[in-house]
Structure formats: C-alpha cells, structure tokens
Design a protein around this ligand. Structure first.
Ligand SMILES: NC(=O)c1ccc[n+]([C@@H]2O[C@H](COP(=O)([O-])OP(=O)(O)OC[C@H]3O[C@@H](n4cnc5c(N)ncnc54)[C@H](O)[C@@H]3O)[C@@H](O)[C@H]2O)c1
Length: 323
C-alpha cells in the first residue's frame, strides 16, 4: 500500500513512517516543517513541503501521490496558541483537515486515520476514560479535535471513506520536540543534560497516561493497513490509544532523572542530577487524565508493548546521544 502521512516529519508522524516502511508498504510525507524536520525521515521518503491550510498545495501533493490511505497527523498542537489565536488554530486544524479529506476523496484514497486526543476530549477523569465518555473540550485545540472527528464521520457517510480517529493519551519518546509546551519528558531530558533541575508546576500532582511514540505508530499502522471487520467504508471508529495507567509529574521526574543518571553512568559520565524545583501551578491544567485502551485491543488487536520504565530509558538514551 502507499500511505501519505501529513505531519510525517514530526515526532509521531516520523515513527509512523518508520512503521509503514518496516511493514513493507511505501510512504510519502506532506509537512510544512513548522515543527517537524527533514532529519526525522529516512532517506528516500518523498517529502512535500506544503501547508495543509493551502487547498491548492494539498491537491497537488495528493494528485501526485494518489495514496491508498492517508494518515493525518499535521496539526497546530499548542493549547495556549489555540487560546490566543483561535482563528489560526481552526485554519490549520479544521480547514487543513477538510482540505486533506477533499483531496483524499478526489484521488481515490479508501481509508483515513486521524490523530485525535483523549486528553482534550475527556477532561478531568480519575479512572481511565472509555470512548463513550461525553466529550468536554475546553480549548479551541480540543474543539478542533472533536470537530475533526465529526468531519471524518461526514466524509465517511457522504463519500464512503473508512475512517479511524485514534485518541492518543500523552505521547513521549525519541524525536519529541523539547521546545513545545506538552512534551514534559523531552523538556526534562534536555534540562538534565544541561545539568539543570527539572521545573515542576505547582505540587506536581497532575496524573497523565504516558504512551511510547513507537507504540502509537504501531496502532496507526494497523488502523491504516489492517484487514479489520469494524473499519469499513462509510464508518468512523474512534479508539483510545494509551496504557490505562497514570503517573504524576513528581513520579515521572524521578523516573526520568534515574534513567538519565543510568545513561550517563553507562557512558562513563556519572552525574548526580539536581532535585526538581517547583514553580507556580499552571492555570487550567487537568488534575488527572487517563484513557481506557480496551477497544483498541478488540478492534485493532493493539496493546501497548513498551513499559514507562523502558520507554523513558530509551528516550533518555536518545536525547543523551544528541537527539
Ligand atoms: N504528542 C502528544 O502527546 C499528542 C497527544 C494527542 C494528540 N496528538 C496529535 O498528534 C499529532 C502529531 O503530534 P506530534 O506530537 O507528533 O507533534 P509534532 O509537532 O512533532 O508534529 C506535527 C507535524 O505537523 C507539521 N505541521 C504543523 N502544521 C502544519 C501545516 N499547517 N501544514 C503541514 N504540516 C504541518 C509539523 O511541521 C510537524 O512535523 C497532532 O495532530 C497532535 O495534535 C499529539
């Protein structure tokens, strides 16, 4: 199969490209490189530098590639920017998605997989949320993920696409951008490598469900290419992609610090990394968010494979190697 990955030069998208190639399929990427990078992609993968909000540019790329399936990862993904600039957010996340869906339909793609978000749809939940938890998005970014799923439903019904929305929990791993606001694992890894303490907002008792990027990529691969009875023309399937387990920021910081100390010691540079500092709480941060991945096991046969301990060790090693 040939698969077009929008946002494929980014963190999650580039792991999806790796998974597509490893499974023997072919991949092409559409990305404006606003946060992604060419270096994230293996040699030989066609990269079309284009903005999804530009309908003509999307049309040109999809017409040239004529993919069997489209994996839509490109997005404006800063919650705070979505609050400051809701029109920009909607332009990329809503109009951009519509442009991609229109072009996919015009050029004969059969399946579209969309990066949705459990964190912003379910809000504060103290037990892992199943997919039928009422959506309660509070930011423009969250609203665009909810609206995005409605557009998938519409294009499926109207044009016969088979569509899947994967609602990720908090994704971490190699290649995550440490300059964003959400990648706490990447941010802490960079701090430790600079010999600085991690800075924890408020009391740090903010529980999240951390899922390893390559595990998320595997879920995308199955959703894009699997022979799945519930993924069929005319329908949308929404599935949580997470572990169902939570860790708070205090626990996470201690685990990353331990992982980084082990990595540095193994490289002959033993270091006792500084204990964290606590700053003010960030307004609007959810206290607890976890997703229940049981449906993904049923529909995709997918389960997370990499434990938080192993995933943090691999991520620390990647950042320590110059990531
Ligand atoms: N990282 C997480 O924890 C998380 C959680 C839930 C959902 N998501 C979703 O997963 C997807 C991928 O996120 P990521 O963490 O890999 O972020 P990322 O920033 O690494 O990847 C996004 C990619 O999209 C590209 N892009 C942005 N705007 C574009 C535009 N207008 N036109 C073309 N390309 C554009 C960027 O250059 C980048 O390569 C996003 O849709 C995001 O909303 C991520």
């Amino acid at each position: 199969m040939k698969i077009l990955v929008t946002g494929g030069a980014g963190f999650i998208g580039s792991h999806i490209v790796d998974a597509i190639l490893a499974a023997g399929h072919s991949a092409a990427v559409l990305d404006d490189l606003s946060s992604g990078s060419r270096e994230n992609l293996p040699a030989g993968v066609p990269l079309h530098v284009a903005d999804i909000a530009d309908a003509d540019a999307v049309e040109r790329v999809v017409a040239a590639e004529r993919p069997d399936a489209v994996c839509h990862q490109a997005a404006q993904m800063s919650v705070s920017r979505s609050v400051r600039e809701p029109a920009f957010d909607a332009r990329v996340n809503v109009i951009g998605l519509v442009n991609v869906l229109d072009a996919a339909v015009r050029h004969g793609s059969k399946r579209v997989v969309f990066a949705s978000s459990g964190g912003v749809l379910y809000g504060d939940v103290t037990t892992p949320a199943p997919e039928d938890t009422p959506a309660n998005p509070v930011s423009p970014y969250g609203i665009t993920k909810w609206v995005g799923e409605r557009y998938l439903e519409f294009y499926a019904r109207e044009h016969g696409l088979a569509t899947v929305a994967l609602r990720y929990s908090n994704v971490y791993g190699p290649r995550q951008n440490p300059h964003g606001e959400a990648g706490v694992v990447a941010i802490f890894c960079k701090k430790f490598l600079a010999g600085e303490p991690a800075r924890i907002n408020g009391d740090g008792r903010y529980v999240r469900d951390y899922i390893y990027g390559p595990d998320v990529a595997r879920a995308n691969l199955v959703a894009l290419t699997g022979d799945l009875p519930q993924v069929r023309s005319g329908s949308l399937v929404s599935l949580n992609i997470g572990t169902g387990h939570g860790a708070d920021v205090n626990e996470l910081e201690a685990m990353i610090r331990g992982a980084m100390q082990d990595v540095l010691a193994a490289r002959g540079k033993p270091a006792s990394l500084p204990l964290p500092e606590h700053g003010p709480a960030r307004a609007g941060d959810l206290r607890s968010n976890m997703v229940d991945p049981a449906s993904a096991a049923t529909v995709l046969g997918w389960r997370p494979e990499v434990s938080l301990t192993d995933g943090l060790a691999r991520t620390a090693a990647w950042f320590a190697s110059g990531g």
